[in-house]
Design a protein around this ligand. Structure first.
Ligand SMILES: Nc1ncnc2c1ncn2[C@@H]1O[C@H](COP(=O)(O)OP(=O)(O)OP(=O)(O)O)[C@@H](O)[C@H]1O
Length: 209
């Protein structure tokens, strides 16, 4: 375990088959792990364990030389961007969605100004005004809006469940190159062969150990 590394040691959610090995890996800034395997093999459950939304059945998580435990969960949640399978909007307009972490006081960062918000939207090819209604957005636009909010939060660790499920090839490429340009640690669950091929490390939960 070293400073600035995310170490997942012998990690299991308990929802995977016993024949699947536990997740054992140490990731540094700039590294990108993709978890893949057939439907129902336990990928999302494992990601939820890493996020602290489910208890691990076995194993441990360390980040930056600190253990993630029940006592340290509130600190851990300030370190991660979690993007679930279904993007959580939490507001009626683009501005309300982008500002959700600030309205919930989930971050101590300064509130980004409208120009910064527009810049981040533009980087994801979202041309909408901040007052645009969420109900008018497509599934892919909502998924990119969730990315935009995560970018504004500037957290070091990104946990993403099927991040490209509603994206076309062009939007997926935009998201992939944006993430590559950030100094973050990324862990994702994906069925997307292009996304999987771009990973630095793969964990295949479809292969018994
Ligand atoms: N809270 C829970 N209670 C009971 N069973 C659960 C719970 N969470 C997950 N499971 C079961 O664990 C197994 C793995 O689910 P999980 O969603 O992690 O799989 P997955 O590999 O992500 O699937 P998919 O690719 O279809 O999204 C499934 O059989 C699921 O029904």
């Amino acid at each position: 375990m070293t400073a600035n590394s995310l170490t997942l040691s012998a990690l299991r959610s308990g929802f995977e088959s016993r024949s699947i090995s536990s997740l054992d890996i140490s990731l540094l800034y700039g590294q990108n792990l993709v978890i893949h395997g057939p439907s129902g093999c336990g990928k999302s459950s494992l990601l939820k364990v890493i996020c602290g939304l489910l208890p691990a059945s076995e194993g441990s998580i360390q980040w930056d030389s600190k253990s993630v435990t029940l006592e340290s969960l509130s600190w851990w949640r300030t370190q991660v961007n979690y993007l679930p399978q279904e993007p959580v909007m939490g507001g009626d307009t683009i501005e309300a969605v982008l500002m959700l972490p600030w309205s919930m006081q989930a971050t101590t960062l300064n509130k980004p100004d409208p120009a910064k918000c527009q810049e981040v939207l533009k980087s994801l090819s979202l041309q909408h005004s901040l007052s645009a209604e969420i109900s008018s957005l497509s599934g892919g636009e909502k998924q990119r809006l969730a990315f935009a909010r995560a970018l504004l939060l500037e957290r070091p660790i990104w946990l993403m469940d099927e991040p490209t499920s509603a994206l076309d090839g062009n939007s997926r490429d935009i998201v992939m190159s944006l993430l590559k340009s950030k100094d973050i640690i990324a862990v994702s669950v994906s069925h997307d062969p292009v996304w999987i091929a771009a990973a630095d490390v793969e964990f295949n939960m479809g292969v018994a150990s």
